[in-house]
Design a protein around this ligand. Structure first.
Ligand SMILES: *Cc1c(COP(=O)(O)O)cnc(C)c1O
Length: 425
């Protein structure tokens, strides 16, 4: 199936007379005729549902669809993108281990790694997304268990050289985990470029309607855990908490990662997505392949407008030929990147604040990747506790506007930006 078709048909195939739309199985539990039958499920001897914290059919339909769209072997949903990234890393790295991450990642993920997971005994080395092969290779340690990065980073909009990061990860016998939230599988399929595990904050474009917080994890099913048996004991030695199952033996390359992540991490941490949210998520997913090209088309026109506007000092959008990542983005994402742009307003903080005050259409939100255009001035909102020097050091200057271009008629978006920029003169 091509991506447009998979967005509609993958993961759930109704039989004669069954509902066209995926059913919402809003049930915590699933009864069985005998306890022997149920026992087989607990032993992972038979597959089936028994408790929604572990698995639910509605969630599984949607996870299977996202996995198909990413070209992966298996997938699962989580309650948020934060949970997806935590699970994806913690499924293979534990206390005493080391992980390499791009330094250009979502702020929430950076805190998760640098603060919370560090407290759990996992050590992170942050490397520039623009590092050379030598610099990346130098970051590996004997206890390195994974490499992590974002295809297009939120909010810096750096583009990761996925083939290079995959090459170095594989040369050191560890998988590459890619957060593919911004391009979505419609614009980039990291597995095709060498990634082993793909994560999403489905809260963004996949839902696309600012309706549900959610996450997803997809495993390519290509990483050979058994070939690196000593590195990944969680997958290659008996799980005493699950009747001694050896995930990589019993479920193979295709099933080991997601089965362990479900049977162990979801069981113990419980960040399950509600079936109702999964249903809403799927409604957004059905039109994702139609929406993404429109985001790209609108954002490209808006970025070109901004670049030509005298009140704009700089524009960061990988679709602009002036952008540092233009060529790499074209290679990895020939159909375009995403709808998020950042730019600087001439006159700094004061002018940026006036610009924000004068917006009539653009909605002031911390959210991005919504159907509607949303705009944020970090210096006066999310980052307001920082002074100008601290903002500069964090790469979020006081003049910076983050603009998530929506699906409105692009002329209306541009007209709104034009009048707000005029007012800031
Ligand atoms: C928003 C976001 C997250 C966190 O996702 P939530 O659904 O908000 O928990 C992770 N990664 C990226 C790239 C994001 O944009």
């Amino acid at each position: 199936m091509k991506i447009e078709t998979a967005a509609l048909h993958a993961g759930y195939t109704p039989k004669s007379g069954e509902p066209r739309q995926i059913p919402i199985i809003q049930s915590t539990t699933f009864p069985y005729a005998t306890s022997e039958e149920m026992g087989k499920l607990f032993d992972l001897e038979a597959s089936g549902y028994f408790y929604t914290r572990l698995q639910n059919p509605t969630n599984d339909y949607v996870a299977a669809k996202i996995a198909a769209m990413e070209g992966g072997a298996a997938g699962m949903l989580t309650s948020s993108g934060q949970a997806a990234n935590f699970y994806a890393v913690f499924n293979i790295a534990t206390c005493g281990d080391h992980v390499i991450s791009s330094s250009s990642i979502y702020g929430g993920t950076f805190n998760l790694f640098a603060v919370t997971m560090k407290k759990m005994g996992i050590d992170f080395t942050f490397v520039s997304p623009d590092c050379t092969e030598e610099e990346l290779n130098a970051a590996f340690k004997p206890n390195t268990k994974a490499v992590f990065g974002e295809t297009i980073a939120n909010p810096a909009l750096t583009v990761l050289n996925i083939p290079l990061f995959a090459k170095c990860a594989h040369a050191h016998g560890v998988p590459l985990i890619i957060d593919n939230t911004f391009p979505t599988p419609v614009n980039c399929r990291p597995i095709e470029w060498g990634a082993d595990i793909v994560t999403h904050s489905t809260t963004k474009y996949i839902d696309g309607h600012a309706a549900t917080v959610g996450g997803a994890i997809v495993d390519a099913g290509k990483f050979d855990w058994m070939a690196h048996k000593d590195k990944f004991p969680g997958l290659t030695t008996p799980d005493e908490s699950y009747h001694g199952v050896v995930y990589a033996e019993k479920f193979g390359k295709e099933g080991a990662f997601i089965t362990k992540c479900t049977a162990q991490l979801m069981r113990d941490f419980g960040s399950i997505q509600s079936p109702h949210n999964a249903y809403i998520l799927n409604l957004g997913l059905e039109s994702l392949a139609v929406r993404m090209p429109r985001y790209v088309e609108n954002a490209q026109k808006v970025a070109e407008f901004l670049e030509a506007n005298e009140m704009v000092t700089w524009v960061n959008y990988p679709g602009l030929p002036s952008n540092k990542y233009y060529e790499l983005a074209k290679e990895l994402m020939p159909n375009g990147t995403c709808g998020v742009i950042s730019f600087g307003v001439k006159g700094g903080r004061k002018a940026a604040e006036t610009f924000m005050k004068n917006l009539k259409l653009g909605s002031i939100e911390t959210h991005v990747a919504d159907a509607v255009t949303c705009v944020l001035h970090p210096a006066s909102s999310t980052h307001r506790q920082m002074n100008d020097e601290e903002l500069e050091a964090a790469g979020v200057g006081s003049d910076l506007i983050r603009l998530s271009v929506g699906l409105e008629n692009v002329d209306d978006i541009i007209a709104d930006l034009a009048q707000a920029l005029d007012a800031a003169k």
